[in-house]
Structure formats: C-alpha cells, structure tokens
Design a protein around this ligand. Sequence first.
Ligand code: PHE
Length: 376
Amino acid sequence: MKHTLSRSLAPALLLAVSLTALRAADTIKFGEFASLTGKEATFGQMSHNGTRLAVDELNAAGGLLGKKIELITEDDQSKAGEPATVVRKLISRDKVVAILGEVASSRSLEAAPICQQNKIPMISPSSTNPKVTETGDYIFRVCFIDPFQGTVMANFATKTLKAKNVAVLTDVKSDYSVGLAKFFKERFLANGGKIAADRTYSGGDKDFRAQLTALKAAKPDGIFLPGYYTEAGLIVRQAQSLGLTVPIFGGDGWESSKLVEIGGKAMEGKYFSTHFSPEEKSAAVDNFVKKFKAKFNEAPDAMAALGYDSAMLLADAIKRAGTTDGPKVRDALAATKGLSGVTGKTTLDAARNATKSAVIITVKNGQFKYLETIAP
Ligand code: PHE
C-alpha cells in the first residue's frame, strides 16, 4: 500500500520540484529590507508600497530581460541588528540580484558592508547620511544627502525665520540625526548665526523635559530637531507644554502620517524639509499620486516616491546591462544619467549619490502643506 502510494506520487512530486526550480530561474529577484513594523513603521510601509507599485508596473509592461520581477521583502522591525540578518538571508537564501533599502541611514549603514562584500548592488531610496554610499562602490542612493539638507534648513532658519540664535536637539543613536545636526550647524554658523544650546537624546526616549528646560534657559529664537517622527512629535508637544513658543523645524525624518497624531495641536506651524510633496505641480507627480492613491487608498509621501524611483533605477540599470550579474549591474547603475522619476531626474555622481531638490512643508490644520521647492 505504502509502496504504491509513493510510486504514484513520485512523478507528481518530481514535476512540482522542477516547476519550482523553473519558476525560480524564471524571475529576477529584487530584495528589499524595510521597517514594516516598529518605531519607524510608516517609513518602511510607505517605501515598500512605492517599490511595489514600481515592480507591478514593470511586470505589467513585460518585466525585465524577458522575465518577471519578484520582489522579496524582509521586515527589519525598525531594530538595529535586524538589517544585517535579513540582508544576509536575502543574499544567500533568496539569491536576490540587488537590494533596495533602507529609509533610515543607520539601518542602511548596517546592511551596506554585507552587500559590498557580496558584490550585490544596494540602492537606498532615502537614506541621506553621506557615509551610506561611502561604504563602497556597490552602494547607491536616489536621494540628496544631508550636507544639502542641512544647508537648506540653515538657510531657511536665517532667511525665512530670521533666526539668529538656534538651539539644536539631536538623537545620538541615529547617524542621520547626528549628521544632519552637524551640517545644519556648520551652515548656520557660516550664515552668521549662533548656536544657543546643543543637547542630545536617544531614540526611544519618551521624556525630553530636562533637555527642553535647558534649551528654554538659553533663550533661543528657534529650535532645530533633526530626528524621526516618533520623538519629534513628543518633543514638540512637550516643548509647547513647557511654554517654548519659538519656531521649531526639522528634516525629512519628521515625515509620517503619525507625526500630527503624536504631536497633536502643538505641531501647527512647525516646518520640515523633505524630498517630495504630492502638492508639487508636475505631470510626473500628478500621475504618481493618482496611481498610488488608486492602489493604496492614501496619498504617497517622500518615502513612497523614492521607493518607486529606487526600483525604477534598478530596472533601468539591469536593462542597460542586459544581465543581472552584480558587477555589470553595478557599472550600469554608476553610469545612470538623467533618468526621469517622480522625484526628478536621477544622475549618479562619482560618489554614487543623486542631486535633487528639497521641499519645505509646514503643518496647517493638522495637514502637511507644501511651501516651496529649493533647488540644489
Ligand atoms: N533621510 C532619513 C535618514 O537618512 C530617512 C528618511 C527619508 C525619513 C525620507 C523620512 C523621509 O535616516
């Protein structure tokens, strides 16, 4: 009985195994790691949805090199230590041809040396710390870097806010925050401004009253907060309850649908810089916003737009390379010039970075409102 059964099952099993093998060889695997859960969950979710939209469109248009693209996504839970684990898995178990990710600079920095060692190209959609691409010649990004973003916000403080004496509160656990604070201060001092106070916290902290009390005593005429939305929302809320009424502003790390939920009414009139606004007037933005809303029932943010552009950049390079071989795809990526996307044209420079405009957003009636675009 047992014998007959296994004999009759054997051909079916063989067919199933060879079909799986065929299918695996028949797709081009894009690996992605993202914070789908945890403290910065909206970063990963939005970036992932942008990436998915791009892959779906590419597949609908026939795929790449005659094959369909398979997007394999791993959740790093917004936690240090996870990016290394999941990226190793994507490379050795799934045999992805390239890696897309991450949003947060510290998590990109954790994965980058692994991609570099394995000669697997990595494209960060939105990590802005310069060190990310300095890791090596397999590491790319589709966004601007923080020396530019720091300059944009220092000039905004000097020219628009007319601030002369700004306090800075930095997350020491975040490479992004530490870098952006530094670049902001350099330019603000060069503009003739002073730093009234310079204090720190650690990502995950919930009570910022000691630091805010010290900032208040220094009588600043503005506060720069280069952190992520969870802490930024709490800090702005606590600043208001301590009677700190000066303008408060930050960088792209503020961008999340959760920011106003966390910061509440205290967020009104605050400012931040980022990469994209659905309100920008351009055919590429309009078209993207329409498609994204139709698929996900919400408006895209900067991470969604950059996630989309990162997948399109990879597809473009594979097409030009005519192969998924790591070193050849790397060379094609490095040669990218004037590739049109949602966040503008991507030209990768010798340091594998893009040069793009920044936008400034303010919070009005609990909504993000586009103010202006700052060209590089
Ligand atoms: N630039 C941030 C970083 O490097 C991540 C980020 C990008 C956050 C875009 C929000 C929007 O860590």
